[in-house]
Design a protein around this ligand. Structure first.
Ligand code: FAD
Length: 319
């Protein structure tokens, strides 16, 4: 029975490799870049050796079956397999055993990826360490540390240990703050082909005390990336008191008076049209290393602090 379980896991891994190969062909045809593929043969050897080790240890060392441990670990193996195939079906053609990054592709944030950053890694760890447990082999051996680090979410100190993890990114540009500054940055970055995630704690549309006047220059910068909010045109600015009036007409172009919520809704709609990803999060701390930055659980090449006048991100990076 135990040997059949190991055989079944082995067959399942072969099926995965076939799917991964097919998906890799598709990913490379769509501009995907592979990271850490030099380590891939060693990883395959390690995984194969693990399964062989499960058989050899039980057979050569006459390990007894410990029911409480064996059955509970079998349940964990079954759960982790369920999680694995949930990931495979959620990611579709973007699932792979290789680390392949599709630079333009939006981040997948549905199903298991809503709660876990690296569910595949988590279940690898679970399954790898528990297969042997399914026969009651109770020790504390684990898969390699890089995978374990990746599985345990995004604590910056753990990421330092995971070399591959440091060079795989959720996005190229992370923007803290989804106000006008952050969203304008997002639109211009998308124009340059960068993948973008905006971390904003508040719900759209965001309101704010504001004079609600867009000057001609600002309006031109908005309409250029396709944001064209409804409003009232105006041709200058006038200051009035009881006895005086000071006014300055614009030289050639018009400004526009726009409700702040209308402006934000137009910004947000355009950003989403342009495949900008959003996460509901407040950036509280920032970790920088030689390869990029980690904040709000997102690994990115670059971070833009667009979190307003009293920017917490600016303080966090001591600028
Ligand atoms: C009274 C008043 C009147 C004004 N009138 C005008 C006007 O008529 N015309 C004009 O062009 N400008 C006007 N302004 C200025 C304009 O409001 C600002 O220039 C503009 O809001 C700046 O945009 P922003 O995106 O940089 O910052 P904000 O609009 O402040 O947006 C910052 C965003 O970051 C988010 N955030 C905060 N902390 C974090 C964090 N830690 N992590 C992630 N996200 C975070 C916030 O929720 C917010 O959505 C006015 C300002 C005031 C105060």
């Amino acid at each position: 029975m135990y040997y059949l379980l190991i055989l079944a896991v082995g067959v399942e891994r072969v099926v995965e490799l076939i799917i991964a190969k097919r998906n890799a062909r598709w990913a490379f045809a769509h501009g995907g870049k592979a990271f850490g593929h030099g380590r891939y043969p060693a990883m395959v050897a390690l995984h194969t050796a693990l399964l062989i080790g499960c058989v050899v240890e039980v057979w050569a060392l006459h390990r007894p079956f410990v029911p409480w441990l064996g059955w509970s670990m079998l349940a964990v193996v079954a759960l982790s397999q369920g999680l694995r195939w949930w990931c495979v079906t959620t990611l579709g053609r973007r699932w792979n055993t290789l680390a392949i990054v599709l630079p333009q592709a939006p981040l997948v944030r549905r199903d298991p990826y809503r709660w876990l950053h690296h569910p595949t890694m988590s279940q690898w760890w679970l399954k790898g360490s528990r297969c042997r447990g399914a026969h009651g082999v109770a020790d504390r051996s684990r898969f390699h540390p890089g995978q374990r680090g990746a599985a345990e979410d995004t604590d910056p100190s753990r990421e330092r240990c995971a070399g591959l993890h440091m060079m795989t990114y959720d996005t190229e540009l992370l923007i803290a703050g989804g106000g006008p500054g952050g969203l304008a940055t997002a639109l211009y970055a998308r124009r340059q082909g960068l993948s973008v995630i905006v971390a904003e704690p508040r719900e759209t549309p965001i309101d704010k005390a504001c004079g609600e006047g867009l000057m001609p220059g600002g309006l031109a910068e908005l309409t250029s990336p396709g944001v064209d909010p409804v409003g009232m045109p105006f041709r200058g600015i006038a200051y009035l008191s009881e006895h005086r009036r000071a006014e300055a007409p614009f030289r050639d172009r018009l400004g526009r008076g726009v409700r702040r919520t209308t402006l934000h809704a137009a910004f947000a709609a355009r950003a989403k049209e342009q495949d900008t990803e959003w996460i509901r999060a407040r950036v509280k701390s920032v970790h920088q290393d030689a390869y990029g930055v980690t904040a709000a659980g997102v690994r990115a090449k670059w971070l833009v602090a667009a979190d307003g006048l009293h920017s917490a991100v600016r303080r966090a990076v001591v600028v």
